[in-house]
Design a protein around this ligand. Sequence first.
Ligand SMILES: *[C@@H]1O[C@H](CO)[C@@H](O)[C@H](O)[C@H]1NC(C)=O
Ligand SMILES: *[C@@H]1O[C@H](CO)[C@@H](O)[C@H](O)[C@H]1NC(C)=O
Ligand SMILES: *[C@@H]1O[C@H](CO)[C@@H](O)[C@H](O)[C@H]1NC(C)=O
Ligand SMILES: *[C@@H]1O[C@H](CO)[C@@H](O)[C@H](O)[C@H]1NC(C)=O
Ligand SMILES: [Cu+2]
Length: 173
Amino acid sequence: MALICTKSLLQITLIFAIFAVGSSNVNFGKEPQNWKFNFNYTNEPYTYPKHVQSSRRIIVGGSNNWRFGFNYTEWAMTTAPFFFNDTLVFKFDPPSDTNIHPHSIYLLPNLWSFLRCDLRWAKRVANTSQGGGEGFEFVLNKWKPYYFACGESNGFHCQSGMKFFVMPSFRWN
Ligand SMILES: *[C@@H]1O[C@H](CO)[C@@H](O)[C@H](O)[C@H]1NC(C)=O
Ligand SMILES: *[C@@H]1O[C@H](CO)[C@@H](O)[C@H](O)[C@H]1NC(C)=O
Ligand SMILES: *[C@@H]1O[C@H](CO)[C@@H](O)[C@H](O)[C@H]1NC(C)=O
Ligand SMILES: *[C@@H]1O[C@H](CO)[C@@H](O)[C@H](O)[C@H]1NC(C)=O
Ligand SMILES: [Cu+2]
């Protein structure tokens, strides 16, 4: 449910941002100093502070990498916001004699599948061998929600925490 909250928050933030842009016009006469700090219509309609860094490379799970028994929903909530063109790096060892429960990466089609770890319409983006070495790279290059999950053991890994949701934000620079 925290997930839905995160999503709603994003939407509310977005709506508020749109509203703020719309109303800044109206308030221009009343609050010029406020307007000055946030918007500059003499330049481009969307000129925001340039404090946000350019495309990042984010290791999914940090030092935990992509593994069983870690809660990636929590990780994603504490790591958010994610931005357009951020690269997610999934690191997991390929199957071997010592690694008999390898992982993979799937994209689930919607929130419903995500919540239920229903892999029936999921699209595999990386097989069990593709997370080795420097890891598997996935670029967030569309403005859409991404529902990631491990597809192994018939959804059991997903249900145990190997799933997370990402909605890339605009980067204003
Ligand atoms: C707005 O943009 C113009 C042109 O780029 C610039 O000269 C001016 O300093 C900007 N004003 C503010 C308040 O950022
Ligand atoms: C994202 O990366 C693509 C390809 O490198 C580039 O063409 C595009 O302008 C980038 N978009 C943003 C918002 O940074
Ligand atoms: C995983 O995908 C890679 C790249 O497409 C391919 O070379 C490899 O054979 C696949 N491995 C398995 C176990 O399917
Ligand atoms: C992961 O954390 C989220 C948010 O705290 C929680 O709702 C969810 O039940 C946790 N998942 C597991 C498998 O523990
Ligand atoms: Cu797994």
